[in-house]
Every structure is written in C-alpha cells, then in structure tokens.
Design a protein around this ligand. Structure first.
Ligand code: ADP
Length: 538
C-alpha cells in the first residue's frame, strides 16, 4: 500500500514539475512578447515620427527647394526602415504559423555576392569600417535555391556585424565551397567582426525571437531581435547549419553552411587560345585573373607596370599580334590605373577591349573610368563567370560600346500601359511613377473594368498591364485569367505584371498560376518599374 502511495506521490511531483516548467516557459514567452510589443511600439514610432515631422517641416518651407529635398531624403530613409520592420514581423508570423515556403530557381553566386556588397557597403562606409569580401575554392557559380531568402540570411548577419561593431571596425566576409554528395555543393559563408561581441549566456538564446543583448550599447542601436530568429529558421528550412562564436568585447564569428544543387549553364564563348594582357602588380590578384583565363583556354600575358603594357601593345600592334583584350587590375608599379587605360585607348583606337577588374565601387569611378576609355567593369571578388561573360561580350558578342553596368534613361513615349488599381492614393503614385518614364497610362479601378478596357482596345494596343491583386468587384488573378482566356492573339502575349502588397512566395505563385508574367511588390519604387519596362519595352 505504502509503495503504491509513494509511486503516486512521485508521479504527482513529476507532473507538478513539468507543469511548473510549462508555466515558466509560457511566462518567459509572454514576457518576451510584451518586451517585443513595447520595443515595436518604440521602433515603429521612431520612423513614423520622422516621416510625420519631416512632412510638416517640408510643408512649412515649401518654397525652399534645398530644405524640401532634405526633408524628402529623410522621409525616404525612415520609410525604408519602417518597411524592413514590417517585413521582419510578417516573416516571423509566417514562420510561427509554418507557412514559410522557399522558391527554387537558378541563380548566380556572383550576382548574389555583388548584390550583398552593394546593399551593406553604404552603412559600412558611414561607420568607417573596413569591409572585405573574399572568395576561395569556388567550384560552381551557377546554383539552385531561393536567392532572395539567401540574401536575407546574409544581409542580416553582415548587417549585424556592421551595426554591432563600433566605428572604424574590421569586417571580413568569406565564401567558399566544398563538394557534397548527390550533385550538391556546400556553400560555406563566414562573417567575422571585431565588434562588441556577446556573452556565452546570450549566445544560448541568440536565435530566440525578440531576444536582444540587454546593455546600454545595444539599446542605442535600432533592432527588434527578430533578425537572428528568421535567419535560423531560413537556414534550417534550407537544411543548412549555422554556428556562432563570440566573446564580449572581442567580436563575433558567424558560420553558415548550406547544401545547394548546382546548375552549370552553357559557358559564354571566348576566343580560345588567344592571348590576353593582364596588367597588375600584385601577385595574388594577377594570379586570380590568370587562373580564370587559363581555365577557359585563353593565354594570359602578365605585366606589372603601365609603361611596360604600353610598350608591349605598341610592338604588338606593329607586329600584328595584338592580344584579344587587356585586363587592368587594381594597381601597377609605376602609374595610376586609369592613366594607363587612357594611354592604351589612345594607342589602340576605339574597339580594343579594356576591362577594369577592381575592388573599387563602380559608381564612384564610373565617370573617370569611361572617360579614360575603359570598356567594361568587372567587380571583385572576382568570379570567373563575370570576367569571362564580359570578355565574351566584348570579343565574341555584339559589343554595345561603353562600360557595362551603366543605367540608361529610357524614353517610352508612344507605349501604352493599363494600370489596374482600386486604391486612389496608390493609383496616383503608380500613375505618376509610370508617367515619369514617358509611357501613356490608362487606368481601371477593378478587374472587371480592366477586362472590359482590354477587350474594347484594338489588338496590341497595350504593351503591358500592371494589375493590383486585391480589388472589389473582380480581383487581379481572376481578371488575368479572363484576359488570357479572351479569343484574340494579344490576350496570350500581353505582359501582365502583378503589383501588389501580397509579397509572399505563395502570392507570387498564385499570380503566376493566373497567367501573370511578373510580380512587383508594393511599395513599388521607380527603379523596379523601370526595370520591368526596360525588359518589356526597350
Ligand atoms: P536586432 O534587430 O536586435 O539586430 P537580431 O535578431 O538580428 O536582432 O540580433 C539579436 C541580438 O543579437 C542583437 O540585438 C544583438 O544583441 C546580438 N547580435 C547579433 N549579431 C551581433 C554581432 N555581430 N555582434 C554583437 N552582437 C550581435
């Protein structure tokens, strides 16, 4: 009898213990949520305050152009911050409810790394950090995965390194690959900083939603404590691994490994066997360029000084054995790089391809480089696909002249788009942005009206339809389906672009299934619209 009582008591104690633990966990979760709500309220108010305040200041100085411009710049920055906050919260709620899905598409590692650099560099420059991107042992540049989500993981980690490192710090970002079974590669990403670091106790909680180090230094830095939780979830759903090492005051090191399928594409054609002049004084950088060239059967000829290069080309021209192109690196032993470019351009005439392979920010040097005669820019860290792609374009393809990467202003006068949007303010914004490109904009307030307008218009009247999704009377997906089903040739060919606040992968999938060609998320920006117009109309 006593034995039975004892075991019952033990059972009850065990139950009590697990109930107590569940209660503690619920209380902890509750506290984290309350902390989050109070943080969010503060974090949302801060940019909102800037937007409202700057709008009032701008309005009261409406005739002072510089002042209004300054207010608008600040409003734009604050809105972008607010947008990223909203995106984080939405992502988190998606993850919580298990509705996060990943896209699978082919992407270029080179584009991913260069996009990253463009996104994080401005903030690093502002904080006077040295930010280095390095690549090593890259086996495959063409991969399959969700490039947007990958970028989100990496931007979050590098963004934190920039944020949580006091001014003048050092951040190193390193990419490498290892072969893995089943046609996969393991992409290894390391981000190291010498910033404020974290304690071991905090490292145990770093991936818990809403958790932030509670210290005066961190309190001053904007954040919600959601970034790392999102990163961890994304890495897990990509079957990857993430590891963090850190010490307070001694910096942090994040390591992410992701298995990704490879998808080798057709390599761009290059004039195999042809010599290519490589002008660079630093051995490692020159070797990288020469390695890419040799891999594709080209013959690098390396020189370390500008004068040497000019002499070489003078003789080669005379003896009619010109290399097919010249790669100008980061530095030469005797002359500034762009001076050499100018000499070579003068010597060789307009057509000779001069490629600048450089760590410099292209936006900063574009004007001087193009004037000096540089034909194309290849950013560092150096990816073979980028270098050989440009080389192919200039030596084998239809050369467009002038350096690449430049954004040209297009004029689309005479082209017509149908803009379908039920919200008056959104309609005004989108019409105005589209109008700035010169296209004629017709509007419809819902899907039914859009179908009627398209049906009534002559064949091929509209080049493009921008379609909101959620609308009264008839939604965008239904309208797209009905347009596609119309019995006229342009019903199949007209481009329909979803323009909507439903920014998730499933929404993109739904609009694709309804027959739409592209998806532009709101808030729309001019650049994104121009990009769509350029690809469709230019
Ligand atoms: P937050 O929006 O606060 O930046 P995260 O989820 O991205 O949220 O990060 C959680 C917390 O982890 C941060 O608030 C910060 O305390 C700490 N942390 C993350 N990355 C670093 C880093 N590189 N150095 C120091 N602390 C970091």
């Amino acid at each position: 009898m006593e034995v039975k009582d004892n075991s019952r008591v033990a059972e009850l104690e065990k139950e009590n213990e697990s109930l107590r633990r569940a209660l503690e966990a619920a209380e902890e979760a509750n506290q984290a949520k309350s902390r989050f709500l109070s943080n969010m309220s503060h974090d949302i108010r801060t940019p909102m305050n800037a937007i409202m305040g700057m709008t009032s200041i701008g309005l009261s100085h409406i005739d002072e152009k510089a002042r209004v411009q300054d207010c608008l710049d600040k409003i734009r920055t604050a809105s972008a911050h607010l947008m990223s906050l909203v995106n984080d919260v939405l992502d988190m709620s998606r993850i919580d409810s298990g509705r996060m899905t990943l896209n699978e598409e082919r992407f270029s590692l080179a584009d991913l790394v260069h996009d990253l650099a463009v996104i994080v560099r401005p903030q690093a420059v502002l904080k006077k950090h040295s930010l280095r991107f390095e690549i090593e042992d890259i086996l495959e540049e063409s991969l399959v995965g969700d490039p947007l989500r990958l970028r989100q993981i990496l931007v979050n980690i590098i963004g934190n390194a920039v944020k949580y490192t006091p001014d003048g710090g050092h951040i190193r970002v390193h990419f490498s690959q290892r072969p893995a079974a089943g046609g996969l590669v393991l992409l290894d990403f390391v981000c190291e900083d010498d910033g404020i670091g974290m304690s071991q106790a905090f490292l145990d909680r770093i991936f818990v939603p809403f958790e932030r180090v509670r210290s005066a230094a961190v309190n001053h830095i904007e954040g919600t404590g959601l970034g790392m939780a999102i990163v961890k979830n994304l890495v897990d759903s990509m079957c990857g691994k993430i590891h963090v090492e850190s010490r307070e005051g001694a910096g942090s090191r994040f390591t992410v490994s992701l298995p990704l399928p490879v998808s080798p594409g057709e390599p761009a054609p290059v004039p195999e066997g042809a010599p290519v002049l490589v002008a660079e004084s630093q051995d490692a950088r020159a070797e990288q360029m020469m390695h890419c060239l040799r891999e594709r059967g080209l013959r690098p000829v390396r020189l370390t000084a500008g004068l040497e290069a000019v002499t070489y080309l003078t003789e080669a021209q005379y003896e009619e054995r010109m290399p097919c192109a010249m790669l100008l690196g980061q530095e030469l032993s005797d002359m500034p790089i762009l001076d050499v470019a100018a000499h070579v351009r003068q010597l060789t005439g307009r057509e000779f391809p001069i490629l600048l392979v450089s760590e410099e920010d292209w936006a900063q040097i574009e004007y001087r480089a193009v004037r000096a005669g540089v034909s194309a820019f290849v950013p560092c860290p150096l990816f073979a696909s980028r270098l050989l792609g440009e080389l192919s374009r200039l030596t084998c393809g239809q050369s467009e002249g002038g350096a690449g990467n430049g954004s040209r202003e297009e004029d689309y006068s005479g082209r017509r788009v149908l803009l379908v949007e039920d919200n008056e303010l959104n309609l005004e914004i989108a019409s105005e942005l589209l109008g700035m490109t010169g296209v004629q904009v017709d509007t419809a307030e819902n899907g039914q009206e859009a179908v009627a307008r398209f049906s009534a218009a002559p064949e091929n009247y509209y080049d493009l339809i921008f379609m909101d999704i959620q609308m009264p009377v008839m939604d965008g997906c239904e309208a797209a389906r009905r347009i596609r089903a119309l019995d006229r040739p342009d019903a199949k060919s007209v481009w329909i672009v979803a323009m909507t606040a439903n920014a998730f992968v499933e929404d993109m999938r739904a609009s694709k299934e309804a027959g739409m060609n592209e998806h532009v998320s709101k808030p729309v920006d001019l650049e994104r619209l121009q990009d769509v117009l350029r690809r469709r109309l230019a």
